[in-house]
Design a protein around this ligand. Structure first.
Ligand code: PNS
Length: 166
């Protein structure tokens, strides 16, 4: 049974992430999307929110599951008995970082390999941080994230704005 994991912060998930999931899912028996419980950074969305967004967005994909994880991605892959880590690459600087992570991960566990998916040009400039920036300035994020993410995002930035003005 071939298993792959797709780890990330997904804060929040974007159509770019969803594109990678939809392209990777047919290549494996089980694709486990791993949502990093990122203690170092202060994610805008809670782990539960980030997991729920992905669950809703992938509910039509029977071999895709969503799980939160803490610690190293390579350990998460091992816990899932995954032979592959899936990552999306948008541009050269992404590739630099991803190659370094992939080579480090292979040194940590040579039973897990990394597969890179080149981003669809339509999503090459889509990132969670750009989406949050656009929303923070009142911009329209509907072409980058599903409606249920956009609504929650507008709510979050509005609340954040209000708390800043208090
Ligand atoms: O969505 P992101 O921020 O690109 O995801 C990055 C992620 C979660 C894949 C990376 O930060 C990661 O693997 N973090 C877990 C800690 C870890 O494994 N670090 C060593 C990487 S070599």
């Amino acid at each position: 049974m071939a298993i792959a994991v797709y780890p990330g912060s997904f804060d929040p998930m974007t159509y770019g992430h969803l594109d990678i999931i939809r392209r990777a899912a047919p290549l494996t028996d089980q694709l486990v999307v791993g949502v990093l419980i990122n203690r170092k950074k202060q994610p805008l969305f809670t782990t539960e929110e980030r997991v729920e967004f992905l669950r809703k967005a992938t509910e039509d994909l029977p071999n895709v599951s969503i799980m939160a994880f803490d610690g190293l991605a390579i350990d998460f892959a091992d816990q899932c008995n995954a032979a592959y880590i899936i990552r999306g690459v948008r541009f050269i600087s992404d590739f630099d970082n991803e190659l370094s992570m992939a080579q480090t991960n292979s040194r940590l566990n040579d039973k897990v390999d990394t597969i890179f998916f080149p981003a669809d040009p339509e999503y090459a400039n889509v990132s969670s941080s750009v989406v949050k920036e656009i929303a923070a300035y009142g911009g329209n994020v509907s072409q980058f994230v599903p409606p249920f993410v956009g609504e929650k995002l507008q709510e979050k930035v509005r609340n954040k704005g209000e708390s800043r003005n208090e």
